[in-house]
Design a protein around this ligand. Structure first.
Ligand code: PNS
Length: 164
């Protein structure tokens, strides 16, 4: 039974995240999608809203027999991963520019907790430039999001605009 944590901000979840989760499901029996609760950041969506969106869109992906759970965590990722008895941390790498930061995190996490491996996965090329940050920027400036985020996420983003 191999369990992995896929941590992130998921503000909001993108099609790139879903692509990585589908790929991760081919390697692990269980993946916990772990949303970082970061009191220093002002997210677009609350933790509950992100949990809810993830729960909904994960129903639409191909996960085979892999069990997917959505959770949130505070503090050190490796402490959370240990508490969940996870074997690995999954991170997506889109381009060389991601690699430096991801390598630093992976090595720091290994130093903190050598028993947990980090597994880097590449999303489909289609998503190699998709990030939550750019998605929010494009959306706020009136750009088209089709194909970048699930339809439900786009709808919830529109709801934010209406309510603001
Ligand atoms: O989607 P993101 O924002 O790139 O995810 C970053 C995340 C959540 C993986 C990273 O910030 C993290 O693990 N934070 C938890 C705090 C921690 O463990 N810091 C030490 C990492 S070396």
């Amino acid at each position: 039974m191999r369990r992995a944590i896929y941590p992130g901000s998921f503000d909001p979840v993108t099609n790139g995240h879903l692509d990585i989760i589908e790929r991760g499901c081919k390697l692990f029996d269980e993946i916990i999608i772990a949303i970082l609760v970061n009191p220093d950041k002002q997210p677009l969506f609350s933790t509950d809203e992100r949990r809810d969106m993830l729960g909904e869109v994960l129903k639409t992906i191909d996960h085979g027999s892999c069990v997917i759970r959505v959770d949130d965590f505070r503090g050190l990722l490796v402490h959370y991963a240990l508490a969940q008895e996870a074997h690995a941390i999954v991170r997506g790498i889109r381009a060389i520019s991601d690699y430096e930061y991801e390598l630093q995190m992976a090595l720091m996490n290994r130093r903190l907790e050598p028993s947990i491996e980090t597994v880097f996965m590449m999303p489909a090329e289609t998503y190699s430039y998709v990030s939550s940050r750019l998605v929010k920027e494009v959306f706020q400036l009136g750009g088209e999001l089709t194909g970048l985020v699930p339809g439900l996420v786009e709808t919830r983003m529109r709801g934010k605009l209406v309510n603001s």
